[in-house]
Design a protein around this ligand. Structure first.
Ligand code: F0G
Length: 429
């Protein structure tokens, strides 16, 4: 394992609403005083030797140790401390930053890239957070992990719990998640419990459980956020610490936007970067309570969520306050896009050989809208966060291509060899 040029940083677990410091930290999810979400606050005076740390990161990227290569644990000094022997990793987080030529043309923007978090071991961004949450849960003696999920959290939880030798259970909206995500969750050995309600009802149920008996690994768990904040570090590292103008990502329960905002703020506070990018959170129109809260300045009013992008079909997002505060701190914005816009954007990303699941494409649909309305300029440096792999929802993709939509690529049928040849010849034209 490659040692760092920096020593571990000091964090204090504190309530994000009233500032109270909990008496014990193990497994605690909510503030005992006001019920608010907790966060690991970085000591404001903390600084690191940026050049030395960058050199450490370079060395770790060429190491053969999983904890060095992991795009989460490579930054272990910037996370709440954990003994190295306690880490449960699948070498997550070392994801690519791709040029987005097709997406750039589609949005009429000249400098667009995709950070593809779908290129993680379980195919979504959840692995960033889950490796940290499960590692700490096991180190603290927990034997059962639980979550509510639209399918990606449950897949990641199931995989990491299996690696940790823990049991896992997920509450799912019955019939409301993609077949691939359900199959993955079952395959990795979690107990799936289908409920009659939606994600919001499932989350309410798991939040009422005793966190000492059941390790809750939804993004209300501050350790999930710590893991996911390293997404920001991976993005910066891949651009040699040049900060993009905009980072655009889909929003559901709003943990990930909270995490990225925290990561960029900490990178600046530590002296790794000189500024933070502007954050744009994109919701599906039928599940966009944050848009209203952003525009009116009022508290979030939950909605009954409706969208074909099932991953973000969430009407009462738990982390809305944190997400909104990160958006505002970055001078960012929040917008909604229609299911049709999500479908077309997803097909554009697929057609350039990259692909993603529907919810992820909200980022490109959002960029297109932000360019059209003049919020983002055509020459701005933009990173679109793709949160899940294309294979996460194949039924959606197959339906899109069969359904005659704008960018659909339907199957053609050939009755005999000469029809096959004619089809092939047409491709030479
Ligand atoms: N994109 C994908 C592919 C997701 O699976 C999710 C959330 C989001 C975006 C939204 O992220 O909740 O942090 O704002 N999926 C959760 C799950 C809810 O259970 O898998 P968020």
């Amino acid at each position: 394992m490659i040692a760092a040029a920096a020593s571990p940083l000091q964090f204090e677990l504190r309530c994000t609403q009233c500032g109270a410091v909990p008496a014990a930290s193990a497994g605690i999810i909510a503030c005992a005083v006001c019920g608010g979400l907790l966060a690991y606050e970085l000591d404001a005076s903390a600084r690191i030797d940026a050049d030395g740390y960058r050199a450490t990161l370079r060395a770790r990227r060429s190491s053969i140790e999983h904890v060095d290569r992991s795009g989460v644990w490579r930054f272990r000094e910037l996370l709440p401390p954990l003994q190295p022997g306690k880490i449960v990793t699948l070498r997550e987080g070392d994801v690519p930053l791709y040029e987005a030529r097709g997406g750039g043309d589609y949005a009429r923007a000249s400098h667009v890239r995709y950070l593809h978090l779908g290129m993680n071991p379980t195919g979504s961004f959840k692995d960033f957070g889950m490796t940290v949450a499960i590692s700490h849960a096991r180190a603290g003696g927990a034997s059962v992990a639980v979550c509510a999920s639209t399918g990606n959290t449950s897949s990641a939880m199931a995989a990491y719990a299996a690696r940790a030798g823990m049991r896992a259970a997920v509450l799912l909206p019955d019939g409301g998640i993609s077949e691939a995500k359900l199959a993955q969750t079952l395959d990795y050995g979690a107990q799936a419990i289908a409920i009659a309600g939606d994600f919001d009802a499932a989350l309410e149920m798991v939040r009422s459980l005793d966190p000492i008996r059941f390790a809750l690994v939804n993004s209300v768990n501050p350790l999930r956020i710590e893991g996911q904040k390293t997404t920001a570090f991976v993005m910066l590292e891949a651009s040699d610490f040049k900060v993009p103008d905009w980072v655009i990502l889909p929003g559901g329960n709003l943990g990930n936007s909270s995490a990225l905002g925290k990561g960029f703020r900490e990178a600046k506070a530590l002296g790794l970067t000189a500024k933070v990018p502007r954050l744009a959170v994109v919701q599906a129109e039928g599940a966009s309570p944050l848009v209203r809260a952003f525009e009116t300045g009022e508290d979030l009013r939950p909605v009954k969520a409706q969208t074909t992008a099932t991953a973000i079909k969430i009407g009462a997002p738990a982390s809305w306050r944190k997400s909104l505060s990160e958006v505002r701190a970055s001078n960012g914005t929040v917008i909604a896009v229609s299911d049709e816009e999500i479908g077309d954007a997803r097909a554009v990303i697929g057609a350039e050989g990259i692909g993603c699941e529907p919810a992820s494409a909200a980022s490109l649909a959002g960029l297109r809208k932000l360019i059209a309305q003049g919020t983002v300029r055509a020459g701005d440096d933009v990173v679109l966060v793709l949160t899940g792999h294309m294979l996460k929802d194949t039924a959606y993709a197959a339906g899109y291509h069969a359904g005659g939509a704008r960018f659909s690529n339907p199957i053609v049928r050939a009755a005999n060899a000469s029809e096959v040849r004619a089809r092939l010849d047409a491709l030479l034209q």
